[in-house]
Design a protein around this ligand. Structure first.
Ligand code: ADP
Ligand code: MG
Length: 218
């Protein structure tokens, strides 16, 4: 079953034709890497898929919910760590505060941040902020995670830790992963590697032997 299907997506910024005609699908259970040169429209594609940007034309169809992880974490700076994670479950998914808090604390424990519930994002390192962002994405109980350069703002060692956490949590919970990356080594984790170039899908490579996070050759 396809969890995401994009057909003939187009997006320009004035006379800059960023997404010329993009069609792609993500099957349930897959790890899909989306690669392409800087400026090729990867983030724009993701932003169009998530309503952060309005596509000019084309269709985007989801089956089930998704969570988002960004390069720059995008936590709410004026919310505590706990509130960052509880916010969507309460306001969007209408969970009770008690239920949302219990799940948020459980996820924080899993992320090794059990003691950080009451601090604010600015009091955390980049790696810790990204762990909060992953917990926030997972709190929505998504079928799929869409990640835009999730380790792009982190040093290599922190990036490795984050990628392992992300990969382990998704595997354990059966979450499909779409990861945008310009890092060839990370893209080797994908069951499918989609290359975006000049506004179109330049190639789709099925990878029969995706590497595990421990095998990545950074
Ligand atoms: P990538 O993520 O692959 O590096 P982006 O999707 O961020 O690429 O950007 C693709 C192109 O679109 C770039 O040339 C960028 O400058 C341009 N772009 C992105 N967002 C906007 C915007 N809101 N307004 C105008 N141009 C934009
Ligand atoms: Mg980008």
């Amino acid at each position: 079953m396809k969890l995401l299907e994009i057909e003939n997506l187009k997006k320009s910024f004035e006379d800059l034709d960023v997404l010329h005609d993009i069609s792609l699908g993500v099957e349930e259970g897959e790890v899909v890497a989306i690669i392409g040169p800087s400026g090729s429209g990867k983030s724009t594609l993701l932003r169009c898929c998530t309503g952060l940007e309005q596509a000019d034309s084309g269709t985007i169809h989801y089956e089930g919910s998704y969570g988002l992880v960004f390069q720059n974490f995008n936590l709410f700076p004026h919310y505590s760590v706990l509130k960052n994670i509880m916010d969507a479950p309460i306001s969007v998914q209408k969970q009770s505060k008690k239920e949302a808090e219990k799940e948020a604390r459980r996820l924080l424990e899993k992320m090794g941040l059990g003691d950080k519930a009451d601090v604010y994002p600015c009091q955390l390192s980049g790696g810790q902020q990204q762990r909060v962002a992953i917990a926030r994405a997972l709190a929505k109980n998504p079928k799929m995670l869409l990640c835009d350069e999730p380790t792009g703002a982190l040093d290599i060692n922190t990036g490795k830790t984050i990628l392992k956490l992300l990969s382990d949590m998704c595997k354990k919970n059966g979450i499909t992963v779409v990861v945008i990356t310009h890092n060839q080594a990370i893209s080797a984790m994908g069951d499918k590697v989609i290359k975006i170039k000049n506004g179109i899908v330049d190639s789709v490579v099925i990878n029969d032997n995706p590497v595990s996070v421990d095998e990545i050759d950074w």
